[in-house]
Write a protein that binds this ligand. Structure first.
Ligand code: HEM
Length: 141
């Protein structure tokens, strides 16, 4: 998993650290996930992917929080609880094409903007998440 990014010079920090995880023990990931799902739940531009989710988003919020904590380089909460994510396989029941991928990224970028995540970090996070979201596609349009 790609969770290290180059900082200026030779030092490396994980996304988790850059999101405040190392210093405070609490990263911004919880806020990011809550904001992400709030947007998905209310913005008409995300209505197609909202419809793929259950009415109650509580479990989805918790699972994405756990997954992203590990994926960014923090504690592997998701893996400890559920085992290997097998993310693509877990998404196969849902039809995901370019439009669904883009709606997911739309919610994530909007959430990052709302939380005022620093521009450079936002770009790098978005780039990596786009790779994951694109990998979830299971139909060709
Ligand atoms: C590309 C568009 C995507 C769509 C349409 C989508 C949709 C969904 C849906 C419908 C669920 C089931 C929710 C539930 O049953 O409560 C789900 C679960 C999940 N998604 Fe996505 N997803 C997408 C991309 C991503 C990406 C990029 C990530 C990670 C960076 C991700 C991480 C997860 C995780 C961790 C779960 C929980 C899996 C489990 O343990 O059941 N998803 N997603």
């Amino acid at each position: 998993m790609l969770n290290k990014i180059e900082e200026a010079g030779s030092s490396k920090a994980t996304f988790y650290e850059l999101l405040g995880g190392a210093e405070t023990g609490t990263s911004k990931i919880r806020d990011l996930v809550e904001t992400f799902y709030d947007i998905m739940d209310s913005d008409p531009k995300a209505q197609d992917i909202r419809a793929l989710h259950p009415a109650d988003l509580t479990a989805a919020r918790e699972k994405l929080f756990m997954f992203l904590t590990g994926w960014t380089g923090g504690p592997q909460l998701y893996i400890e609880r559920y085992g290997h994510p097998m993310l693509r396989k877990r998404h196969l029941p849902f039809t995901i094409g370019e439009s669904e991928r883009d709606q997911w990224m739309y919610c994530m970028i909007k959430a990052m903007q709302k939380l005022k995540i620093e521009e450079n970090l936002m770009k790098k996070l978005a780039e990596q998440l786009y790779g994951v979201a694109d990998f979830m596609r299971n139909k060709n349009v």
